[in-house]
Design a protein around this ligand. Structure first.
Ligand SMILES: *[C@@H]1O[C@H](CO)[C@@H](O)[C@H](O)[C@H]1NC(C)=O
Length: 343
């Protein structure tokens, strides 16, 4: 369903949920802005990533005067946007020019957000795997692994965990039902380092006792992992207040840039939503002023106040059209954890 640039946009929007800042990459040997650059910047604005460093790449391919001209063009392009005032660092990724400067900016200009180590842990899953090789012996089989970023709290080895929405099925009447997955942490990793505790920030791999078929091939992406009984509700319908972009931010088609107006949300139309690290389809069931009621095709574990990105299919591509914030919604009844989980 998603292809090329569409996939990259969805990946970026999903990833933005766990980012503290963004590097905006601009090719020095192309005119600026390229349509995809506009869309990337719009996404950065939507996700409210305040800390941005702009990389003017491939300066090894251009003359100094061209680089200086483009620097000015970039300054104009970002004027009045969320990236206004962001440093523009000329680099060559190929020849590793100025990478040290980029590192310095990352360390000094992107502050570490205040991390909450006290609240019940909550991690959003952005990857998941089955790490077993075909033909493994039964007693060597390892449980499922989930990778993601802890938003708050601390995960510990041996801790009992819950994953929501978990296993999603439709009953005979077409109603969505979900059963959270209960499991236990058997290992924690940051890169190659094995941990006993994992705290917010960075990417963490969580080895669990889950059936690896539940985690293979990114099946858990978009789900939330955390302390049993403390995860947010699972929504099947959302009421959001939304803001639409004025214009579509185009990818170039046949050399001409298409920058159509973004039309109003229409009752009955299908959108793609990015909520946290979850991508899901949604049908617009009602619209009034800047409020919309959206029926989700997949249930999402989220909370009021969370931001969502809205995309619409335009000429066979999913295109970012705006963003919204969850005001209310309908939540699924989730069965209480089985008693043996709680002891
Ligand atoms: C810019 O450089 C890339 C190689 O990195 C090349 O493929 C592309 O054609 C160049 N663009 C222009 C406009 O010269």
């Amino acid at each position: 369903m998603l292809e090329g640039h569409d996939i990259l946009m969805a990946t970026m929007l999903n990833g933005a949920a766990i980012m503290d800042g963004a590097l905006l990459l601009i090719a020095g040997n192309e005119s600026c802005p390229q349509p995809q650059t506009s869309e990337h910047l719009a996404a950065v604005e939507i996700m409210r990533l305040q800390h941005i460093i702009i990389l003017q790449n491939k300066v090894d391919l251009i003359q100094e005067s061209v680089a200086i001209n483009q620097h000015e063009t970039i300054q104009k392009f970002i004027q009045g946007t969320i990236a206004d005032g962001a440093p523009v660092v000329p680099i060559s990724a190929q020849l590793k020019y100025n990478i040290d400067v980029v590192c310095e900016y990352i360390v000094n200009k992107i502050p570490i957000p205040i991390r909450d180590f006290v609240k019940p842990p909550n991690m959003i899953v952005i990857r998941s795997f089955d790490v077993n090789k075909p033909g493994s012996e039964v007693d060597e089989i390892k449980g499922g692994v989930a990778g993601g970023s802890i938003l708050r709290g601390v995960l510990k080895v041996n801790q009992k965990i819950e994953v929501r929405p978990g296993i999603v099925v439709k009953d005979e009447n077409g109603n969505i039902k979900c059963t959270p997955i209960y499991s236990r942490i058997v290992s924690l990793f940051a890169e190659q380092n094995e941990l006993q505790f994992a705290v917010p920030g960075g990417l963490i791999g969580v080895g669990t006792t889950m059936d690896p078929t539940l985690t293979r091939a990114d099946r858990l992406v978009g789900q939330v992992l955390g302390e049993v009984g403390s995860l947010p509700d699972v929504y099947v319908e959302l009421e959001v207040n939304f803001f639409l972009l004025r214009r579509l931010l185009g990818v170039r088609t046949k050399g001409t840039e298409k920058q159509g107006k973004v039309s109003k949300l229409a009752k009955g139309e299908i959108l793609m939503l990015n909520i946290g690290s979850m991508s899901t389809g949604a049908r617009v069931v009602a619209v009034r002023n800047d409020l919309a009621k959206l029926q989700l095709t997949a249930p999402v574990c989220t909370s009021k106040g969370e931001k969502i990105a809205l995309s619409r299919r335009v000429e066979k591509h999913w295109r970012l059209i705006g963003w919204g914030q969850i005001q209310a919604g309908s939540v699924l009844d989730i069965p209480a954890p089985p008693p043996e989980i709680l002891v």
